[in-house]
Design a protein around this ligand. Sequence first.
Ligand code: AMP
Length: 214
Amino acid sequence: MDVILFGPPGAGKGTQAKILVEKLGIPQVSTGDMMRAERASGSALGKKFDEYMSNGALVPDELVLELFAQRLAQPDAAEGAIFDGFPRTVPQAEALDATLAKLGRKVDHVVALSVDIEDIVGRITGRRVCLSGHTFHVRYSPPPPSGVCPECGSEIVQRKDDTEETVRTRNSAYESQTFPILAHYEPLGVIDKIDGTGTVEEITGRILAALGKS
Ligand code: AMP
């Protein structure tokens, strides 16, 4: 099954993707996580990503598509994937469709999470992550005082792009460049609109029901 987790930055896509990996047995493909790993490696490509990511702009499609193609070719994605933060533009959606079509697959579901922008500002500015992507929130799921992730032992930090100003810029990029993807998938009848407010468990329940997996 190939599922796009869709919604504005801060809608909870990463949190839900990690839960769905367990429930559905298919991997999370997060271009944002891949870019952060590349950036942390200090490579030339990582430095290029950083120019865009640190001010909330989208990374150009040609760079993203290269990363995505390499990831989808890995054996764990042979039966499907949960796409988180990808596609983010209509050309990326077209590239995803074409790549899946070559594998005899298609986008089965677009899970569209809706959350109000003011809620998102609160969620993102309070978000803390460890270096391997486990997520915390200063109010809702506080990180331990040691600042060390209990799951993997790595350091817990605030993402560089999780400031209010960057959140608003990222939201504008979402509205102008990413939101039109819904019109691209509308004729295929694969969009499930999900209320993205409530507890993590409530939202997971709504998603699984939409996927026919509850
Ligand atoms: P995310 O972790 O998905 O919120 O992504 C963080 C940042 O990485 C975004 O604000 C973009 O700068 C960049 N990024 C991640 N995925 C993509 C993508 N599919 N297309 C363009 N830029 C992306």
